[in-house]
Design a protein around this ligand. Structure first.
Ligand code: C2O
Length: 540
């Protein structure tokens, strides 16, 4: 096993997109940032130097951080942010994990431009569970704003209204030639006829679920969220923000040029979204001069095509036998969704009818502390930072996905954690609500991956829905896109001590409070306990 030392300098970088030069924050001047490629069992030592003007942290999405929660990265959860001019070194081993991960800023909306792929190959000499592809390429889907992303966030958070939608989607940082002034930079992927390539697709978009498709080519899904799946073939994939999906593609079509394209899967009724399409080009190297130069465009599903998404997600199965906990110690039921709080008319009250948007789980809208991170507060016994009374079930029962009276459901702002004993088995029912409008939410758990044992539409019904759980080969994920107006049920074993954020990976929803945190207590001995914080942990 190797130790990889890298330096990430967060800096302002001029980038030319959509006919204008923008100054954006990047890592090492690259957008997307550098791809890290390592092997299962290696250790990463990454020094992050903040040369920008905003506080920043970096999160290693999907990496479990067993006993190294100080390297996880969400600001005010496992660390205070790295202030301008300061640095912090993330040091962590990768233990029994492989596949497509990614890294991103976990500080306000900075993830929009500060992100990159983290690829963990199998240990030397151990093969993939599928034929070795000729090439492997990261395909990072993103969102681009003509405005500064901090001002986009301010609009939503300060005014309490909805944020601006993006101006373009991107593939590996480029909108592609369907947008103005973008044909030069369009991302191109060369292939030879007959080759099979592995696309490591990452949805790094801030706020948008995305469909992805390649004209005329079938995609074979082999991995999702860095867990192998039983291979299945599809023409379209859909990823929620935070999710990754590996697909094999064989260049078995007439030599030529084919677009890969991504665009929105948007489920919230009456909410505006960016309805544009980003493209990259798959280019057969053997294509001769007679081939028309205009690439073929795939026909993507309609923006509201939930049927396609449902059929797609129903196909996921773990590869091989998995160990799903069957005896449950902690049976939790969390509502998730958007809502409103009343406010006095004024600049901070731009939500519908004298309200501002607030999102919540079990009616608690999560507030980040400022004086210390949650993990520090726990580790050093600092009082007054959090409480551990996050409700295990909603405070009131109602028809979650039906018409809901707003008066019934005014979220409370608080920093509440839920305490789990080391080794306890946990089931969480995630129930979408219709207080603003139903929509799908990509819910991500830090420090863990989990089994998705069931999902469906409407209100979860224990008696009706439990018998249909998949306890044999459910997919393993770190981010579950809970269906619009529906529910999903996940299970995991709390074997990683620390404080772990559990949140919607749509950054607007996270900023509105669609989050909570678990406090997983230490077990017995060093191997089951949080190690002490590194000496350079940033102060608040
Ligand atoms: Cu990919 Cu909390 O993040």
């Amino acid at each position: 096993a190797k130790t990889h030392h890298r330096t990430f300098v967060v800096q302002q970088t001029p980038e030319n997109r959509l006919c204008r030069i923008h100054n954006i924050l990047t890592v090492n001047g690259q957008y997307p940032g550098p791809t890290l490629q390592v092997r299962n069992g290696d250790t990463l030592v990454i020094k992050v130097l903040n040369s920008g003007r905003y506080n920043v942290t970096i999160h290693w999405h999907g990496i479990r951080q067993m006993r190294t929660p100080w390297a996880d990265g969400p600001e005010y959860v496992t660390q205070c942010p790295i202030q301008p001019g300061a640095s912090y070194t993330y040091r962590f081993p990768i233990e029994n994990q492989e596949g497509t991960f990614w890294w991103h800023a976990h500080s306000r909306f900075l993830r929009a431009t500060i992100h990159g792929a983290l690829i963990v190959l199998p240990k030397l000499g151990s093969p993939y569970p599928f034929p070795k592809p000729k090439h492997e390429i990261p395909v990072i889907l993103g969102e681009w704003w003509n405005r500064d992303v901090i001002s986009v966030q301010r609009l939503a958070i300060f005014t309490g209204g909805a944020p601006n939608v993006s101006d373009a989607y991107t593939i590996n940082g480029q909108p592609g030639d369907l947008y103005m002034c973008s044909s030069q930079g369009t991302t191109r992927f060369p292939v030879q006829s007959g080759d099979t390539i592995l696309l490591r697709v990452i949805n790094a978009a801030l706020n948008q679920q995305l469909f992805f498709k390649v004209a005329n080519h079938r995609l074979t899904v082999v991995e999702a969220d860095a867990a192998y799946t039983k291979p299945f073939t599809t023409s379209t994939i859909m990823l929620g923000p935070g999710q990754t999906t590996n697909v094999l593609l064989t260049a078995d079509q007439t030599p030529g040029r084919y677009y890969m394209a991504a665009r929105a899967y948007a489920t919230a009724q009456n909410a505006p979204f960016d309805n544009t399409t980003t493209t990259a080009i798959l280019e057969y190297q053997s294509a001769n001069r007679g081939v028309p130069s205009r690439p073929i465009l795939p026909r993507l599903p309609a923006f509201n095509d939930t049927a396609t998404v449902t059929a797609f997600s129903a196909q996921f199965r773990s590869l091989g036998k998995v160990d799903v906990p069957t005896k449950i110690d902690e049976n939790l039921f969390f509502t998730i969704g958007l809502g409103f709080v009343n406010c006095a008319p004024g600049p901070r009250c731009q939500g519908p009818n004298n309200t501002r948007f607030a999102a919540s789980m079990n009616n608690v809208s999560f507030v980040l502390p400022r004086r210390a991170s949650l993990l520090q507060a726990y580790f050093q016994n600092i009082p007054g930072i959090f409480t551990t009374d996050f409700p295990r079930v909603p405070p009131i029962k109602f028809n979650y996905t039906g018409p809901v009276s707003r008066a019934l459901w005014q979220p409370r702002f608080a920093t509440k954690l839920y305490k789990l004993k080391f080794g306890s088995t946990v089931q969480i029912v995630l129930q979408d609500t219709a207080i603003f409008s139903t929509e799908d939410h990509p819910i991500h758990l830090h420090g863990y991956h989990f089994f998705v044992v069931g999902q469906g539409f409407g209100n979860f019904n224990r008696r009706r829905d439990t018998p249909s759980f998949n306890l044999i080969d459910p997919p393993v994920r770190n981010t579950i896109d809970v269906p619009v107006g529906g529910w999903a049920v996940i299970r995991f074993v709390a074997d990683n001590p620390g404080v772990w954020l559990f949140h919607c990976h749509i950054d607007t929803h996270l900023a509105w409070g669609l989050a909570m945190s678990f406090l997983v207590e230490n077990g017995i001995g060093k191997s089951q306990s949080v190690s002490p914080p590194p000496a350079d942990l940033p102060p608040c």
